[in-house]
Design a protein around this ligand. Structure first.
Ligand code: DC
Length: 232
């Protein structure tokens, strides 16, 4: 049931459902690696914006994705990893709303997704990987022994994003964020390439009104129930 090789726990779901924080804390608890696949799409979006590449030029964007010179530097204590593009730190820039918007557009392109596939799979190294995204359980790691689908209401996700961005000193409006979240959800769910959906065997957790720590404990309990006895 727990599969062969290096174990992976996948966490998929819409933006703002708490995947990032939950995934990083899980990776920390287990002593595993962490893949923030959304950051890869954001990196492609950022690089395209900076280089003036049109967000509809699929061939040029796929080329950009294939040759992306990016590094992830893990942080301690469940904090966000530092991310570098061609040696320059872009961690904060990647979180901006226009970068998220660009990421959502490039993520809809099949050739860009394909170009990033192997790079994502290379994150699967011993002793294990927590993979955070939209298609981790359905496309990138279909053999993952534990697949989680995290959701939360759009209102709750907009409030969380608002707080996150305000804490970073950004000037944002709650109703703008709500509209952007709804638009991005629709695009992620309705695209033809790897649309956002739960893998058939995924365990769905609605995090509306739940504390992050509670969600982490739920996932850890599921992991231990299913697999920990086999791997110790
Ligand atoms: O999780 P995030 O907000 O950083 O993701 C940025 C965009 O990339 C978002 O529109 C969804 C898309 N994405 C994707 O299509 N597939 C993934 N595995 C991760 C993110």
């Amino acid at each position: 049931m727990c599969g062969e090789g290096v174990p992976v726990i996948t966490l998929d779901g819409p933006g703002g459902a708490g995947k990032g924080t939950v995934s990083r804390l899980l990776a920390q608890e287990l002593g595993w690696h962490y893949l923030d696949s959304g950051a890869l799409y954001r990196l492609v979006g950022l690089a395209a914006l900076e280089r003036g590449i049109s967000l509809t030029d699929e061939a040029a964007l796929a080329e950009l994705a294939r040759n992306l010179d990016a590094q992830f530097e893990p942080s301690d204590g469940g904090a966000e990893p530092r991310i570098y593009l061609q040696g320059r730190e872009v961690t904060a820039a990647l979180r901006s709303e226009n970068c998220g918007e660009a990421a959502s557009r490039v993520a809809a392109l099949g050739r860009v997704r394909h170009a990033l596939l192997e790079r994502q799979r290379r994150f699967r190294r011993p002793p294990g990987l927590v993979a955070d995204g939209r298609d981790m359980g359905t496309v990138v790691f279909p053999d993952a022994p534990l697949k989680i689908f995290l959701t939360a209401s759009a209102e709750e996700r907009a409030r969380r994003r608002y707080k996150q961005l305000k804490d970073k000193g950004m000037d944002v409006r709650l109703d703008d964020l709500f509209k952007e979240i709804e638009a991005r959800d629709a695009r992620d769910r309705n695209r033809s390439q790897a649309p956002l959906k739960a893998a058939a065997e995924a365990v769905e957790i609605d995090t509306t009104g739940m504390e992050i720590a509670e969600v982490v404990q739920r996932v850890l309990a599921l992991w231990r129930e299913r697999c920990a006895q086999e791997s110790v």
